[in-house]
Write a protein that binds this ligand. Sequence first.
Ligand SMILES: *[C@@H]1O[C@H](CO)[C@@H](O)[C@H](O)[C@H]1NC(C)=O
Ligand SMILES: *[C@@H]1O[C@H](CO)[C@@H](O)[C@H](O)[C@H]1NC(C)=O
Ligand SMILES: *[C@@H]1O[C@H](CO)[C@@H](O)[C@H](O)[C@H]1NC(C)=O
Ligand SMILES: *[C@@H]1O[C@H](CO)[C@@H](O)[C@H](O)[C@H]1NC(C)=O
Length: 501
Amino acid sequence: MMMVMADQRHGEGEMEHSKKPFFFTSFNPFLFVLIFLPSLVLVSLVCKLDLEIPWTTGLDKVFSSFAPHLLDPAALDLKGHSFSSPIEGSQTTVPESKERKGKDATPGISRVEKYSMLEKIEEKLGRARAAIREAGRVRNLTSVHDDPDYVPRGPIYRNPNAFHRSYLEMERLLKIYIYKEGEPPMFHEGPCKSIYSTEGRFIHEMEKGNSYTTNDPDQALLYFLPFSVVNLVQYLYEPNSHDVNAIGVAVQDYINVISNKHLFWNRSLGADHFMLSCHDWGPRTTSYVPYLFNNSIRVLCNANVSEGFHPSKDASFPEIHLRTGEIDGLLGGLSPSRRPILAFFAGRLHGHIRYLLLQKWKEKDNDVVVYDELPSGVSYESMLKKSRFCLCPSGYEVASPRVVEAIYAECVPVLISESYVPPFSDVLNWNSFGVQIEVKDIGNIKEILRGISQSQYLRMQRRVKQVQRHFVINGTPKRYDAFHMILHSIWLRRLNVHIQD
Ligand SMILES: *[C@@H]1O[C@H](CO)[C@@H](O)[C@H](O)[C@H]1NC(C)=O
Ligand SMILES: *[C@@H]1O[C@H](CO)[C@@H](O)[C@H](O)[C@H]1NC(C)=O
Ligand SMILES: *[C@@H]1O[C@H](CO)[C@@H](O)[C@H](O)[C@H]1NC(C)=O
Ligand SMILES: *[C@@H]1O[C@H](CO)[C@@H](O)[C@H](O)[C@H]1NC(C)=O
């Protein structure tokens, strides 16, 4: 049943508000060579285009219930998850004070021989943790670190100084090794357009190589498993079969190859490895490899805590719907005083939350403007740009591309979801620039939003503009943009574990 629903969601790309055919609709092995390969070439090119995006820079109650608070000084005292050699496959939790420190060398053995590369890496990470924790004690909402590009400040951050310090430590230390095994397009490539664009964008950005990648796996503190669930589905899934098995088995085989050929997987039982997926089936795919599911860092759009998403280990991946592959024209909107619509939503009936929303509000109110299909001649983007609040209900899975669409259009996002962890909520204080409405309160949307005073609204809208830079995708990534924020989410989770040989 779930698979049927997820399968239908393949249509989401075009169903919402554009009439363009979705990136892929059905798989035919004969058409594949004719149609598919050329389109992949195109997609690859799109990924490599350097889009110069003009910058338009610029909820503690409910949101925080799932947020990991990694940047709260207390929480950064690491959980002390310790991963050692897999003799029993057991993970023990040790207090941080018992972590191996550089000083307790065995007499008679020189330091150089005693400490492995891994121990050196862990020692550097230990110092980074201490520095971030220390920075977290400065709590006056301003960073004290110099930065030529941007200084995080203000209530959009849980702790701006800790975030800034963590970001700078990441720039100094983060090294990622990308496994070379696997053939494109299922490995090393992904979609750079469509609702799943973040998956392909990230894979391409990594494969290109950058200051965070290394070709020496011994130098790495993280290992990337570069498979694309979207492309696996595209090539291995028999349409309408509702059988996800082939995809899971492909990932299982891949991890087998990796763990037989390299030492790193067994060393940490996968804890310093990460995968990412924007596809609804990302979580299901990882469930075929228990260590991947339970130990590895999974970066998922479908960040549903009711389906095993673990906020302190896994990272929420922003879903960014790039219809053309570009974000030109999406950024910016009217000033608050020129936004006549209180709240806006357009989208089809997908899942029970949207059912409740459409049933209550569809074409019934002048303030809460809700459509399942936009009237012809009405532009979706222009509606976002002239609404004060943009409704972002979950569909068949928890994430909604509307959250980032709203942020791009400088419209205050209203999340209507259950069990969803919004992206970067370890760093960002979603309550300061967004509203969360519980599903049971869908009937009260108008009262709730009207209850937000004008001055409070103006503050939130200003913060949406400030937080926008963290969600922007640049052709060539820029510091603090979506690409770097995703890396930072992964970095934080790596900081949270201690690996031993
Ligand atoms: C915040 O704290 C730093 C360091 O303690 C200090 O230099 C700065 O002036 C403070 N800023 C405000 C706005 O209080
Ligand atoms: C890792 O562990 C698996 C299963 O225990 C084993 O088959 C494999 O050979 C090990 N890999 C290496 C590189 O030793
Ligand atoms: C993850 O761990 C839990 C608890 O140990 C176990 O019940 C579950 O089956 C594991 N998940 C997977 C996908 O193996
Ligand atoms: C989240 O997971 C739960 C448990 O599987 C499921 O019932 C729920 O529908 C999921 N939420 C969405 C929006 O898919």
